[in-house]
Design a protein. Sequence first.
Length: 386
Amino acid sequence: MPKRRTGSPRPPLVVDSVDGLGNYDVSDPVSFLGTMIANNLFSNLFRGERVAPLIPQLIEQVDKVTRAEYWRLLGQPPLTELTRLREALVDLHAVVAEAARGKQPGLVALRAAGKSGVSAAARVARQRAETRMQATASRLEQELARAGFAATVRRRAGEPRSHSWPSDDFLILVEVPMIFAWQQSVEGLADLCRPLLEDRVGFLMAPIRSGRVVASFGVNVLTNVFPAADKVREWPELPLLDERLGELLGQVFAGVDEASSILASLTGDILHDDEATALEAAFAHAREALEELDELINANSDQLLLEVKATLVEVYLAVEDELKAVASGNPVPRGVAATMIDSLNGNPDDDFVTRIVTAAACVEWDVDADGAWDRVGEALELPANT
C-alpha cells in the first residue's frame, strides 16, 4: 500500500475563479462565443435592439472551432452541437435582418411564422428576401436594356454579412459587339447599376462576346471600377471564353513586369542568389509564353498574331536592356514596372495604352480568329466619341 501523507493537507489547486469562468482569453473563438452569445446576443435580442450585425461575427467564430483539429485533445468533440448552433444562428440572422427593415407586412408575416419556431420564420424571411433580389435583378436588366445593352444578371447566396441582407452577390453580364465597346462603356454601365445595388458593398460585371464571358475584362464595381478577372472566373457555371492568346499575353507581361520589379529593387550591381533565381524564373516565364506564341504563328499565320508578338518582344527586350544597364552599373531611372504602376495609379502612358489595346485584340482573336485583324482595325478607326 502507498504511504499515507501525514500533516496538514495541501490546499486545493485554484482552477477557476469564484464566478466559474476562470481566466479566459476572449480572442479564443470558444471564449468569444460564450461571452458574446450570453452577454450580448441574448440580452440585446430580448431588449429589441438590433443584433443582425453581430451574428455573422458569431458564425465566423463557430466555423473556426468546427474544425476537428481544434478539439484534438478532446475525445468527443461537440461538432454536432456546433453544426446545430451554426444553423440556429443563420436562421436567427435571417429573421432579425428581415425584421430590421421595419416593413409592416414583413413583420406581420414573421410574427405569424414565428409561432412555429425560428426555422419557420427564417423560411419566410428568405422567401421575402429572394423576391426582392429577383426584382432587383429584373430592374437591372431593364435599365441596361433601356441604355441599349442586352444583359443577364446572375446571383448567388453568400455567407451572412453584417453590412447587407440578404447576402446575394451579383454578377452582371453585358453582351457587346466588340470588346472595344465594353472598354468604352464600362464606366457608364457601372454608373447605371450602382443606384439599384446601393445596399451592396460591390458587384461584378463582365462582357459577353458571342455568347461567352470574357473574364479577363471583368471588373469589381466599388466606389471605382477595378479589374476582377479571377473573381469572375471563380463564379460557377459560366460559359467562359477560352482565352488562349490572351493568357499568353498576360504571361509575358507578368514575367517582364516581375523581372523589371526585381531589377528596380536592387541597391547596387550585386545580385544575390535568391534575386538571381527569381529574376531568371521571371524571364523564363515570359520566354515560355513567347515560344507558345511562335507555335500559334506557325499554325495560324495572320497579321494579328504577328502584331501581338512584336509588342511582346519589344517589352521583353526593354527589360533585358534594364538588366544590362544594372550590370554595367548604370540602372535606368524608371523601368517598365515603374511606369506600369504609375499607369495603374491613374497616369497611363503610351505603353500602357498599347497593352490594353493589345489585350482587346487578343480577345477578338480568341472569340474568332477568322477576320479578327480586320475587326480590330475597324474598331480602332472609329471616332473617339462612338
